[in-house]
Design a protein around this ligand. Structure first.
Ligand SMILES: [Zn+2]
Ligand SMILES: [Zn+2]
Length: 258
């Protein structure tokens, strides 16, 4: 499998996963023009996308799908509770799929799982090709035991590292918004991300992509250091035993081969 994140953060999210047989996009929160340019730079041909999987119906994850579907006639997979919201925008492209059970797309097995977030519903995805496993979990208030179990055994995990708790506490956001972000249905802090990464590294995951970093309450350095230092405190060497990369709001990651 090949994994490329084209954008990550509250201004738009999009990831493409490809095999020789199938190309899937997870979320489309970029307008078509920005997505087209980002894909061109990443050497991704958008006309080859076979399906879009939606995590949840927040604008930063779905803003681009109406124009994308119209141009490329691509089927959309999302949870029934997000479908209610999305269908008026993209009828007839949303499929009636049972997102509570695993399903196949080409040579991929897709296992959706629920994440705690303040949307109608939010899905993480475990994507398997043969023995290779990629998991994606962003926009989650906390990492439950159940979520951790779903993520265990992955070769590559894209996990949210949204905010530095001190920056958020001391920052300019209104109290109510701070409470929302810090809440059980908000976004994942660097500390909580670091703890989950450590648990997963102990279970054999070697590669992580920290994602959905806040522009206002985080920096790439703080997010990276929080996770890397926690690993090193626990006898993992980042860059040797475990590899940690950062997703970016404004540019694609490199293509990871998993
Ligand atoms: Zn989001
Ligand atoms: Zn969200």
């Amino acid at each position: 499998m090949e994994f490329c994140n084209l954008a990550s953060g509250s201004r738009g999210n999009c990831t493409v996963i490809s095999t020789d047989r199938v190309n899937i996009m997870i979320d489309d929160g970029l307008n078509l023009r920005a997505l087209t340019e980002r894909a061109r730079l990443a050497n991704i041909d958008l006309s080859t996308i076979d399906a879009i999987l939606i995590t949840h119906e927040h604008t930063d994850h779905v803003k681009g799908i109406a124009s994308f579907c119209k141009k490329y006639s691509v089927p959309v997979y999302c949870h029934a509770e997000s479908k209610e919201f999305l269908e008026p925008m993209i009828y007839p492209y949303v499929l009636d799929t049972d997102m509570d059970s695993p399903f196949e797309l080409g040579d991929l097995t897709i296992t959706p799982f629920r994440l705690p977030h303040d949307s109608n519903y939010n899905l993480g995805y475990k994507i398997t090709q043969g023995k290779s496993v990629i998991s994606i979990a962003t926009d989650l208030g906390f990492v439950s035991e159940g979520t951790l179990e779903k993520l265990k055994g992955s070769d590559f995990v894209m996990l949210e590292s949204n905010h530095d708790i001190d920056m958020l506490r001391e920052g300019e956001y209104p109290f109510i918004l701070k409470q929302r972000i810090m809440g059980k249905n908000g976004h994942l802090s660097n500390d909580d991300c670091a703890q989950a990464v450590l648990e997963l590294a102990r279970n054999g995951t070697k590669r992580f992509l920290l994602a959905h970093l806040s522009q206002d309450n985080n920096t790439p350095e703080l997010a990276f250091d929080c996770t890397a230092k926690n690993l090193e405190k626990n006898y993992f060497t980042e860059g040797q035993d475990v590899f940690v990369d950062l997703a970016n709001q404004y540019k694609s990651t490199r293509k990871f081969k998993i």
